[in-house]
Design a binder for this molecule. Structure first.
Ligand code: HEC
Ligand code: HEC
Length: 254
């Protein structure tokens, strides 16, 4: 009986906590009746499609206004200047929406992006994604000393280590494959790529299901040196070069 009372108390506290979370989230959104907020708080947080992006067509013009808040870190046109924040310019809309859903549900754990994604509705997500997808990625520069090792891994993989060629999925020019939700990588900051690959290497997936296992398996086989080299190569990759010149990162090196 005492146990029951404790349980009841615990659930009251839990509901209280959920409500205060809802209250925080609500301050960023137009005011809604308390009952709606309660219903939302009570709904399970797992309303996330595991693989495909459930996209209504996004509106890039509406998205530009909604993306103003994102600009502080990601750059107003999606080309962040601080390399710890990923570039969003030129990223596929479906991939951006999927990441926002993963952040919102906590399946891709990041406290900053949890806060940024929580107030976004599915339509907001589609709109900001449409805006960033339309922007041009500003190319970066690869490190001369890493580019040949990085390029080899990117284009050929490493058979003995069981590492597939990155370009098999991400494309020879790093454009990715929107249908399969393989992201655009070309020009991404090496520091961010390194951060992501290192986290995967230590075994933290973004969500559940087979899609989330792909990079976890691949990154698990990359050494620290591999990660540094391929990240630098990716930073120097340009999507604008002809496919006949896959050594584009070399050209980008100083
Ligand atoms: C205070 C800084 C900050 C703001 C503001 C911010 N972000 Fe982020 N964003 C981050 C960080 C940090 C990461 C990397 C998270 C990680 O390492 O997993 C990130 C990652 C992302 C990613 C994943 C990109 C990828 O290549 O996987 C998307 C998409 C994204 N943010 C969208 C947005 C949108 C849309 C907004 C505005 C509504 C926004 N962000 C506002 C800091 C910010
Ligand atoms: C079999 C297909 C496949 C291959 C091969 C592959 N990737 Fe990926 N990559 C993916 C998928 C799928 C994702 C999205 C992961 C997710 O959503 O959990 C991804 C995401 C990434 C990201 C995150 C990008 C971002 O901005 O969020 C990086 C970095 C990356 N891959 C690098 C690499 C590198 C480096 C290699 C080669 C060593 C490689 N990938 C090989 C399928 C692949």
């Amino acid at each position: 009986m005492r146990f029951r009372r404790v349980l009841a108390l615990a659930s009251v506290t839990l509901v209280g906590a959920l409500l205060s979370v809802a209250a925080i989230a609500q301050t960023a959104a137009p005011a809604k009746p308390a009952r709606v907020a309660q219903a939302q708080a009570a709904a399970p947080a797992a309303a996330v499609a595991p693989t495909a992006a459930p996209l209504k067509p996004g509106d890039a013009t509406a998205g530009q206004a909604k993306a103003a808040v994102c600009g502080a870190c990601h750059g107003l046109d999606g080309n962040s200047s601080d390399p710890q924040y990923p570039k969003l310019a030129g990223q596929q809309a479906g991939y951006i929406v999927r990441q926002l859903e993963l952040f919102k549900s906590g399946q891709r754990p990041n406290p900053i992006m949890l806060g940024m994604a929580t107030p976004l509705s599915p339509q907001d997500m589609a709109d900001v994604a449409a805006y960033f997808a339309k922007q041009k990625t500003l190319p970066g520069i690869a490190d001369k000393t890493l580019v040949s090792a990085g390029g080899k891994l990117y284009r050929e993989g490493d058979k003995t280590a069981g590492i597939p060629a990155c370009m098999a999925c991400h494309g020879p020019d790093g454009r990715g494959n929107p249908g399969a939700l393989y992201p655009h990588l070309a020009g991404q900051h090496a520091q961010y790529v390194q951060q992501v690959l290192t986290a995967w290497h230590s075994g933290q997936p973004w969500g559940k299901g087979p899609h989330a296992q792909i990079m976890l398996t691949i990154a698990g086989r990359l050494s620290t040196a591999d990660i540094a080299a391929v990240a630098s190569y990716i930073q120097g990759l340009h999507t604008a070069v002809p496919a006949a010149a896959p050594a584009s990162a070399v050209a980008a090196a100083q």
